[in-house]
Design a protein around this ligand. Structure first.
Ligand SMILES: [Zn+2]
Length: 63
């Protein structure tokens, strides 16, 4: 039995099934965003956006 809980992706804001992504701390990143991050070059304009979104996870934890 797989419990398909819906999780909120911190990057794109979409709701995805738990099996469709990865958990980081208590947050969730869907596999679409995860693979996009992996394929995003550091020089890419999108990279700072990903870093910004990721930072929010840890800022919340340390608040
Ligand atoms: Zn996403």
């Amino acid at each position: 039995m797989v419990e398909d809980r819906e999780l909120h992706c911190i990057i794109c804001g979409e709701h995805k099934a738990e099996g469709e992504g990865i958990r980081i701390v208590s947050e969730f990143i869907c596999e679409t965003c995860e693979s996009e991050m992996v394929h995003t070059d550091v020089k890419d304009a999108k990279y700072p956006f990903f870093i910004h979104q990721m930072k929010q996870i840890f800022i919340e934890k340390n608040a």
